[in-house]
Design a binder for this molecule. Structure first.
Ligand code: SF4
Length: 140
């Protein structure tokens, strides 16, 4: 099986704070399957570390007030390009990220308030018919 995953889940230090979200389920998948890693925020041109962002009224905004929607959507489009080329059977993404969250994300107030709705990359991938799952919902 070919699986695309959020790079931070595979242990890459691409998270906003310079760390990662290394996940044992993903590491185990990597032993048995072909895994492609992507970090849409880095691919959109954002540095690491970077100011954290959330989706506010449909626009991705950094905690310092800067609009970073263009960078986030550029990264999402690049991930879609890779998915269209590679045709993964499954895409596993980091839960609640403004890019990667599949079923939930933070609400744009930076108060850890969660709302229903996907991050911009997950949304674009799902709109194009790819099967996406939040890592916390992955059963292996
Ligand atoms: S954009 Fe996605 S892959 Fe990159 S650090 Fe955030 S959650 Fe991980």
């Amino acid at each position: 099986m070919k699986i695309m995953v959020s790079a931070c889940l595979a242990g890459e230090n691409c998270k906003y704070n310079g760390g990662n979200n290394r996940n044992e389920k993903i590491l185990s998948l990597m032993e048995k399957h072909e895994v492609i890693t992507v970090c849409p925020e880095q691919m959109g041109g954002l540095p690491t570390p970077r100011v954290p962002s959330e989706v506010k009224d449909g626009v991705v905004t950094a905690r310092d007030g800067r609009i970073v929607d263009h960078e986030f959507r550029t990264g999402a489009a690049k991930c879609l390009e890779i998915a269209l080329r590679e045709q993964p059977d499954l895409i596993v993404l980091q839960s609640r990220s403004p890019s990667c969250g599949v079923k939930e994300r933070y609400d744009g107030t930076f108060t850890k308030t969660i709302v229903k709705g996907a991050g911009v990359t997950a949304q674009l991938l799902m709109e194009n018919g790819f099967r996406c799952v939040d890592v916390e919902d992955l059963e292996i």
